[in-house]
Design a protein around this ligand. Structure first.
Ligand code: NAG
Ligand code: NAG
Ligand code: NAG
Ligand code: NAG
Length: 463
């Protein structure tokens, strides 16, 4: 349902009192605003106990991983642990039982990018030291070990038979996207490699990061003028899909920032950061208002169910970049703060009077778009301004505050081969308990116990 402009304005007057007032200089105000947006996201679009985690279809499983990433940061940036137990429930559903972020219900249609969004969430949880439960650790579903597993699996899918390298979009050969090497799959693999390198200090990850990024540059998927294509087609990657999306710029930015940090300020990576940032601003930041705009579909009202969420990842990864490449902080933060205000001003929509719109460049009005991506994007841009006014937002590393267990050789329980009968079913998890341990200190303080019922019996996919 779409509301007409006149109806929207009418509602605005009536509902004005429930709009989200954001004072960008006040941590309390940022927390209150983020809390409302998170609540509307969770109550409208997130059911971690369900197979897909999101209202499916319209929305697909990868967006569950995207929500979890937003909620990990929500906790880290606001200190509000309301959603932590549901993050854990959602995580265990996604990761288990094959311990490779390829749950059987998804694994046929799952692409490297879908797996990558989940894995990047796990990297985030690792760096933020998001609480891990005892059950999670016992089953080998810690955040770092799973990120490493996905890293190993994706590295094994590196394909130098076509295009001189790169990951294909799809994992399964039967899917059409198998003949496409897209930026987001490779960009997430790059970012994951770079962040693993920064976090663990292991140079093998840095080698993968460098190889992947340089391949993207060499193929001209990332052009010399930093126009970043959506991807290129096998066999030679000379034919491109030229659409430009915020998340592609964002994932490469964050990866370069992690490499910049890992190399202790290497010039090559600084140049890449500066160039991608300049291209991002020139391409997606509306010159009149400063609003981030999803240029490919926003004005034309043609965004599909995935695309309204892309600004969330650009915001998240700009926030990350400001942390690990702090010289960018004063450049990035004013732009995020501007967008947080613009986004919050649109959160006057229905239902409820606080739903956020997609168009941040239209002033304090709701554009009639109500959706998962709109909520997640507003949440990310608002919460990522918190480090400006409060001592939050830090990312940790293995030798400095990180606690998640390392398993550099992890390959999951099926080693990337999909054979559900031989390999998957024996590892199906029974009903399990989730116990959230306190973040700091060695003592396990159990704050909540959730019994997750009804796992399994969900094998609806035909293979
Ligand atoms: C956790 O998820 C369940 C199932 O969707 C939901 O009923 C519950 O309200 C959620 N908890 C919070 C704090 O949102
Ligand atoms: C292609 O990849 C294989 C396996 O990783 C490696 O042995 C080979 O040297 C690579 N070839 C090129 C041209 O990079
Ligand atoms: C790497 O990140 C840390 C933590 O954010 C920061 O203190 C340090 O200055 C960064 N290194 C460089 C070279 O910017
Ligand atoms: C570094 O990572 C590589 C690749 O995953 C792994 O084989 C190696 O064991 C790791 N080294 C250490 C010291 O963890």
């Amino acid at each position: 349902m779409r509301f007409s402009r006149s109806l929207v304005s009418g509602l605005l007057l009536v509902r004005g009192a429930t709009a989200i007032d954001l004072n960008i200089d006040s941590y309390d105000s940022i927390k209150t605003a983020a809390k409302q947006v998170a609540k509307d996201l969770a109550s409208g679009f997130w059911d971690p106990y369900s197979v897909h985690g999101v209202p499916y279809p319209t929305y697909y499983w990868w967006l569950h991983g995207a929500i979890l990433g937003g909620m990990v940061d929500y906790w880290a940036l606001t200190g509000d642990s309301t959603y932590n137990s549901n993050v854990t429930v959602g995580w265990l559903r996604g990761v288990s039982p094959s311990l490779d972020l390829q749950p059987d219900e998804q694994s046929f249609s799952e692409g490297n990018d879908d797996q990558g969004f989940w894995s990047i969430m796990a990297m985030d949880a690792t760096e933020r030291v998001f609480p891990e439960t005892e059950a999670q650790k016992e089953m080998g579903a810690g955040f770092l070990e799973i990120t490493q597993t996905v890293q190993n699996l994706q590295a094994s899918r590196w394909d130098n038979e076509t295009c001189g390298g790169g990951l294909r979009w799809q994992i399964n050969i039967a899917n059409t996207g198998y003949s496409y090497k897209n930026t987001i799959s490779n960009g997430l693999f790059f970012q994951q490699s770079a962040r693993l390198a920064r976090y663990t200090g292991n140079a093998t990850y840095a080698d993968w990061a460098e190889k992947t990024y340089k391949w993207l540059r060499a193929t001209k998927i990332v052009r010399d003028d930093f126009y970043i294509n959506d991807g290129a087609f096998v066999p030679d990657c000379k034919k491109f899909s030229e659409q430009r999306w915020t998340y592609n710029y964002g994932t490469l930015l964050a990866g370069c920032a992690a490499m910049y940090n890992f190399t202790n300020g290497d010039d090559y990576w600084k140049t890449q950061i500066d160039s991608i940032l300049a291209a991002t601003y020139a391409t997606f930041f509306d010159s009149a208002t400063g609003a981030i705009k999803e240029i490919q579909c926003q004005d034309s009202d043609t965004c599909n169910a995935d695309q309204p969420s892309f600004k969330a990842y650009l915001s998240r990864w700009m926030g990350y970049t400001a942390q690990v490449a702090p010289y960018t902080y004063n450049d990035i933060m004013p732009r995020l703060r501007k967008n947080a205000q613009l986004a919050a001003a649109t959160c006057v929509g229905q239902p409820g009077g606080t739903a956020c719109g997609l168009k941040w460049n239209v002033g304090a009005t709701w554009d009639g778009k109500y959706g998962l991506g709109e909520q997640l994007s507003a949440l990310e841009v608002i919460q990522n301004t918190a480090p400006f006014v409060a001592p939050v937002g830090y990312v940790f590393s293995a030798n400095n505050g990180g606690t998640s267990k390392s398993n550099p050789g992890g390959m999951g329980t099926r080693a990337g081969i999909h054979d559900r009968f031989a390999q998957y079913l024996p590892y199906r998890l029974p009903t399990y308990n989730i116990q959230l341990a306190d973040r700091v200190g060695a003592a396990i303080i159990t704050i909540i116990i959730i019994v997750v019922l009804g796992f399994g019996a969900r094998f609806t996919m035909i293979h």
